[in-house]
Structure formats: structure tokens, C-alpha cells
Design a binder for this molecule. Structure first.
Ligand code: SF4
Length: 85
């Protein structure tokens, strides 16, 4: 594969990943109430489709404790109960 073709392939993969991210954000943002809006913001902020884990796992692993949304970001109850787990 030549360099130009490789770049084109990478661009396509990036666009596909970004579309996936946007679809997730739009899905969450369309939910009624603030939960969906908060979820959408966290996805926009931290979710990287190329990184390991689902968007929920990546948000749960967020360490930006100074973020105003940190205490209400989507996490499992177990994780919320003990941040050191
Ligand atoms: S809680 Fe974390 S993932 Fe969510 S908006 Fe704040 S910094 Fe981003």
C-alpha cells in the first residue's frame, strides 16, 4: 500500500469513527431530561472509538475531578460508591 493510499485509508477510518461518536452523542442528546444531555457531553469530551472500552467505560474512567459534571457522569452505582475501586 502506498503512502497516499494509506493516508486515505486512515482518513476513512477516522471519519467512520467520528460518525460513530456523533451518532452516539445525538442518540443520547435526543433523550428527554438531563441524563441524556450529560451523557452526550461526556461522550463529546472523552470518548475515543480508537481507544479500549465502550464510551461508558471511558467516561467511568474519567479522572477530571474538577469537572462540574464529574460527580454526575454516567457510572455504575458500584463505581460511584467507591471512586478508588
Ligand atoms: S465528567 Fe469527565 S468525561 Fe464528563 S465532561 Fe467532565 S471531564 Fe468530560
Amino acid at each position: 500500500m502506498d503512502k497516499k493510499s494509506s493516508m486515505s485509508q486512515a482518513t476513512k477510518q477516522y471519519k467512520k469513527a467520528e460518525q460513530k461518536r456523533l451518532k452516539l452523542m445525538n442518540h443520547q442528546a435526543s433523550k428527554p431530561g438531563l441524563r441524556g444531555t450529560i451523557n452526550a457531553k461526556c461522550i463529546e469530551c472523552i470518548y475515543d472509538p480508537f481507544s479500549e472500552g465502550t464510551w461508558r467505560k471511558q467516561v467511568q474512567d474519567c479522572t477530571s475531578w474538577s469537572c462540574p459534571l464529574f460527580p454526575i457522569r454516567p457510572v455504575t452505582e458500584k463505581k460511584r460508591g467507591n471512586p478508588d475501586e
